[in-house]
Design a protein around this ligand. Structure first.
Ligand code: NAD
Length: 430
């Protein structure tokens, strides 16, 4: 199975934000960067608000014969630089505000990577754990029918997100294609056998590693032998752990998942842990390490701290003042609240922001789309090579602007993205 911009499983532990609405986080970060590039008020208004919002009611005949109705959204934040791009999540809290905040992050992420997409997000307010597989398929097909009018390979291209996966993308592809003709490029994160890209599943973790490797070289924290703590051992966290050990010789000293965490200062045996979790066993039951609580994870001294599970986990009120790391690398979306961000800046702890660090997923989604349009398949090596080049270039641009202007990496990343989208808007006549 392949993945796109976020998790693929129908697991009950699928992450969602815990403290602050996605939209509020994005707005405060936006203003700081807009000030830096002296963005005109009218352009702020265009770029802060969505281009188009679709809200639909999705009736589904359940297995017991009842009809249940779910509310769904597809919000296209901006399409000035190309077709809108972003995942679809199934979650009881996937309301308009959450979907809109995530849609705007996609605009900045695609612009920062300089890939020819805008930003969108979709969501259905549903707890997929309560649905049978057949009900989930019916929901997906109905939702697709109702939003199909705004989708298309050159209009808006969904991908998996929280609680949706390659199978869900296959149903969307089938439903869309049944009316429009075979259209694999209408979704990414598809199964490889239906036109998904090699390397897509590990792409986000791999991208995080490439960014860390560049930062390590620039700021003298060699990855080899360095101590890494990762919150979350799902798609992003587990691939990152595996790759950091295998390709960079780093030591993963602590990880956590929904059930709790583990620590081993000498370095965890990641291949062994992966076998353990692949067999369906919880992370804290791994015998090669000491169990720790969720709270203890934040106190483990390390070089790199990678939140790769939930939004809003680093806050001023809880852990921002006490984290004992050299760098925070945001594998998850919005793990650091704006006030925690300020605390970390005061403490001199750099934060590599989410829409740079975790952009590997959408970047390889772009390659998937390009392969579908070319009707040609790239090798895994080619995908990795292109990903490394794209994300490294983005990182270098952010680093240079941050150094030049004396701002955080996050503000620099936003400024670059805003500038690109604003330029496209102006050139298109706005
Ligand atoms: P996933 O569902 O595969 O894994 C999530 C992991 O977090 C699981 O190991 C789960 O047990 C763990 N978790 C849940 N609650 C936890 C808690 N309270 N404490 C510790 N761990 C907990 O999800 P994923 O695809 O790895 O995504 C993780 C984050 O990365 C999300 O914020 C997602 O939006 C972001 N992201 C993912 C991708 C991608 O391609 N998968 C791309 C960009 C951003």
């Amino acid at each position: 199975m392949t993945r796109s911009d976020a998790p693929t499983s129908q697991r009950p532990d699928a992450p969602t934000r815990t403290t602050m609405a996605a939209r509020a986080i994005v707005e405060s970060q936006f203003e700081r960067a807009a000030d830096l590039i002296h963005l005109e008020p009218y352009m702020r208004r265009i770029l802060m608000r969505p281009f188009r919002e679709v809200q639909v009611e999705v009736p589904v005949r359940m297995d017991d014969g009842r009809i249940e109705v779910f509310t769904g959204y597809r919000i296209q934040h901006n399409g000035a630089r190309g077709p809108c791009k972003g995942g679809i999540r199934y979650h009881p809290e996937a309301d308009r505000d959450e979907v809109l905040g995530l849609a705007s992050i996609m605009t900045w992420k695609t612009a920062l990577m300089d890939i020819p997409f805008g930003g969108a997000k979709g969501g259905v307010m549903v707890d997929p754990r309560k649905l049978s597989k057949l009900e989930l398929e019916k929901l997906t097909r109905r939702f697709t029918q109702r939003i199909a009018i705004v989708l298309g390979p050159y209009r808006d291209i969904p991908a998996p997100d929280v609680n949706t996966n390659a199978q869900v993308m296959a149903w969307i592809l089938d439903e869309y294609s049944s009316r429009q003709g075979y259209s694999p490029a209408v979704v990414t994160g598809k199964p490889v056998s239906l036109g998904g890209s090699l390397g897509r599943e590990e792409a986000t973790g791999r991208g995080v590693m490439y960014v860390m490797a560049e930062y390590a070289r620039d700021f003298g924290i060699p990855l080899k032998g360095s101590r890494v703590v990762i919150q979350g051992f799902g798609n992003v966290g587990s691939h990152l752990a595996r790759l950091l050990v295998a390709e960079e010789g780093a030591k993963i000293i602590a990880v956590s998942a929904l059930e709790g965490g583990i620590v081993n200062e000498k370095g965890l045996d990641i291949p062994g842990l992966l076998e353990h979790t692949a067999a369906g066993r919880p992370v804290p039951e791994w015998p090669g390490a000491r169990r720790i609580t969720h709270e203890e994870l934040w106190t483990v001294p390390c070089d790199w701290l990678v939140p790769a599970a939930l939004g809003g986990v680093i806050t001023r009120e809880t852990n921002a003042r006490t984290l004992d790391c050299k760098v925070v690398v945001e594998g998850a979306n919005e793990p650091t609240t704006p006030t925690a961000d300020l605390v970390l800046a005061e403490r001199g702890i750099p934060v590599i922001p989410d829409f740079l660090a975790n952009a590997g997923g959408v970047t390889v989604s772009y390659y998937e789309w390009a392969q579908n349009l070319q009707q040609y398949r790239w090798t895994h090596e080619q995908v990795n090579r292109e990903l490394k080049a794209t994300i490294t270039k983005a990182y270098q641009g952010v680093r240079d602007l941050a150094t030049q202007k004396g701002v955080t990496l996050r503000t620099a990343a936003y400024a670059i993205a805003l500038q690109r989208v604003a330029e496209a808007e102006r050139l298109r006549g706005n």
